[in-house]
Design a protein around this ligand. Structure first.
Ligand code: NAD
Length: 414
C-alpha cells in the first residue's frame, strides 16, 4: 500500500468519531497510542556473527482491559504499520465486546531465512526486552504473519522464567499442550467463513450457487476456503505469493493444501488454470476474500472488482479510496475488524482457560465463536443499514462508542 497505513487508520477513526459523536479531546487521545516500545535486539546467528534486529510493541488503548494483539515477523515491519495495526486491534476487541484493548508488535526480520534456533534466540530476547510491559493483566500478545504457536511457547516460557512462575495467560495461541485453546489455529478462518455466509444470506445467495475466490493460502486463507467449502460454497480460485489457480468446477481446499505443503505453493495444482494475483482479485467470483496482505484492493483496481461481497480476511486489504469506490458500486465489504475477529475471540477463550486452569472441549470453542461472529455481523449490518453507511463505518462507530464510553467513565488520571 502506498502512503502511511497509520494515517489511513486515523482517517477512518476521524470519520467514525463523527458518526459516534466522540468529542475532540477524546479523539486527540485515541489518535495516538498509549505507549510505543522500540527495542534493538542483538542475536548470535548460527554462523557466529551478531545481528541486531529492531522490534516494536505498540500499545494503543487499554480503557476496556489489557492490551491485546499479535506479533509479526516480516522484513517490512515498521513503526507506522504496527501503529495502525495496534489501533485496529482496539476497535476489533471492542466490536467483539471482549475485555481487552488493542496492541500490536513485530520484529523486522525474515523468519523464512532463519533457523529454528536463531528464531528462538530472537524471540526470547524480544520477550525479555518487553517483559515489564506485558503480562496476563497488562498486555497479552499472540501470533500474526510470520509467527506461530512455537514462537508463543518460547514467549510464554521466557516470560514465566523471568517472572519466576508459570504464566500461561501472558500470550495466546500457544500449543494445546501448554494451555492453548483447541480450535484456535482455525478460528480466524472459521470466523471469516461465518461472516461470508452471513453476508451471502442477507443478499439472498444460496451457497451452492455462490463462487468464492481467496487471495492468500496461509492460516487465514486456507481455513476460510476449507470452512466455506464445507458450508457448500464453491471455491473457484485461490492464490499465494507465487501466483494463483482457477477451476470453474470448484477446488478441493484440502487437496490444494496438500499440494502447497508438498511443493511450496498452490500454483501448478493439477488440472487448474494458472492465474495471477491481480486476475484473482478481478475474477467474477461472487465472494472475494483477500486474506494475504494490506492494500491489495486500491484505487488502481477497485473499479474492476466484480465480486458482490468482499470479506476482509487480512487486515487493511482495502484502501480508503477503494472503500469509497466499492461502496458506490454497491459491493458489500465485510470489514477486517469484524470478518477476521474470530482469532481474537478464540484468544479470549484461551486466556480465560489459562487464568482458570480449565480446559474447554473444541466443540465449546467453536459453538461460542460462531455465536459471537453471527451476533457481531448482525449488529453491524443492522446499524449500517439503519444509518445508511457502509459496514466498515458501522463497525468502527460501534467499537469506538464502546471504547469512548469506557475512557470517559475511567477519566483522565493523574
Ligand atoms: P500467513 O503467513 O499464514 O499466510 C499469508 C499468505 O499470503 C501466504 O499464503 C502467502 O504466500 C500469501 N501472500 C503473501 N504475500 C502475498 C501477495 N503479495 N499476494 C498474494 N498472496 C500473498 O498469514 P495469516 O496468518 O494467514 O495472515 C494473513 C492476513 O490475515 C494478515 O493480514 C494478518 O494480519 C491477518 N490476520 C491473521 C489472523 C490469524 O489468526 N492468523 C487473525 C487476524 C488477521
Amino acid at each position: 500500500m502506498s502512503g502511511s497505513l497509520y494515517r489511513a487508520a486515523v482517517a477512518q477513526l476521524e470519520e467514525a468519531a463523527k458518526i459516534a459523536g466522540v468529542e475532540r479531546d477524546l479523539l486527540e487521545v485515541l489518535k495516538r497510542p498509549v505507549r510505543e516500545i522500540i527495542v534493538h535486539l542483538p542475536v548470535r546467528m548460527d554462523d557466529g556473527r551478531v545481528e541486531v534486529f529492531t522490534g516494536y510493541r505498540v500499545q494503543h488503548n487499554n480503557a476496556r482491559g489489557p492490551f491485546k494483539g499479535g506479533i509479526r515477523y516480516h522484513p517490512r515491519v515498521n513503526l507506522d504499520e504496527i501503529r495502525a495495526l495496534a489501533m485496529w486491534m482496539t476497535w476489533k476487541t471492542a466490536l467483539m465486546n471482549l475485555p481487552f484493548g488493542g496492541a500490536k508488535g513485530g520484529i523486522a526480520c525474515d523468519p523464512k531465512k532463519m533457523s529454528a534456533s536463531e528464531l528462538e534466540r530472537l524471540t526470547r530476547r524480544y520477550a525479555w526486552a518487553i517483559f515489564s510491559s506485558i503480562g496476563p493483566y497488562e498486555d497479552v500478545p499472540a501470533p500474526d504473519v510470520g509467527t506461530d504457536e512455537r514462537v508463543m511457547a518460547w514467549m510464554a516460557d521466557t516470560y514465566s522464567k523471568i517472572a519466576g512462575r508459570w504464566e500461561p495467560g501472558v500470550v495466546t495461541s500457544k500449543p494445546p499442550a501448554l494451555w492453548g485453546a483447541e480450535g484456535r489455529k482455525e478460528a480466524t478462518g472459521f470466523g471469516v467463513a461465518v461472516a461470508a455466509r452471513e453476508a451471502a444470506r442477507v443478499l439472498g445467495l444460496e451457497p451452492g450457487d455462490t463462487t468464492v475466490a481467496v487471495q492468500g493460502y496461509g492460516n487465514v486463507g486456507y481455513w476460510t476456503a476449507y470452512f466455506l467449502a464445507k458450508m457448500g460454497f464453491k471455491i473457484v480460485a485461490v492464490s499465494d505469493s507465487r501466483g494463483g489457480i482457477y477451476e470453474a468446477g470448484g477446488l478441493d481446499p484440502l487437496r490444494v493444501r496438500e499440494h502447497k505443503l508438498k511443493t511450496g505453493s498452490v500454483i501448478d495444482f493439477p488440472g487448474a488454470k494458472r492465474i495471477t494475483n491481480e486476475e484473482l482479485l478481478e475474477l467474477g467470483a461472487t465472494i472475494l476474500v483477500p486474506a494475504a496482505i494490506e492494500g491489495v484492493i486500491n484505487s488502481g483496481n477497485a473499479e474492476r472488482i466484480k465480486a458482490r461481497i468482499v470479506v476482509e480476511g487480512a487486515n487493511g486489504p482495502t484502501t480508503p479510496e477503494a472503500d469509497r469506490i466499492l461502496y458506490e458500486r454497491g459491493i458489500v465489504v465485510v470489514p477486517d475488524i469484524l470478518a477476521n475477529a474470530g482469532g481474537v475471540v478464540a484468544s479470549h477463550f484461551e486466556w480465560i482457560q489459562a487464568l482458570t486452569r480449565e480446559k474447554w472441549p473444541r466443540e465449546r470453542v467453536v459453538e461460542k465463536l460462531e455465536e459471537k461472529m453471527v451476533e457481531a455481523f448482525r449488529a453491524v449490518y443492522k446499524d449500517s443499514e439503519e444509518q445508511g453507511i457502509d459496514m466498515r463505518r458501522g463497525a468502527l462507530s460501534i467499537a469506538l462508542s464502546r471504547v469512548a464510553e469506557a475512557a470517559r467513565l475511567r477519566g483522565l488520571w493523574p
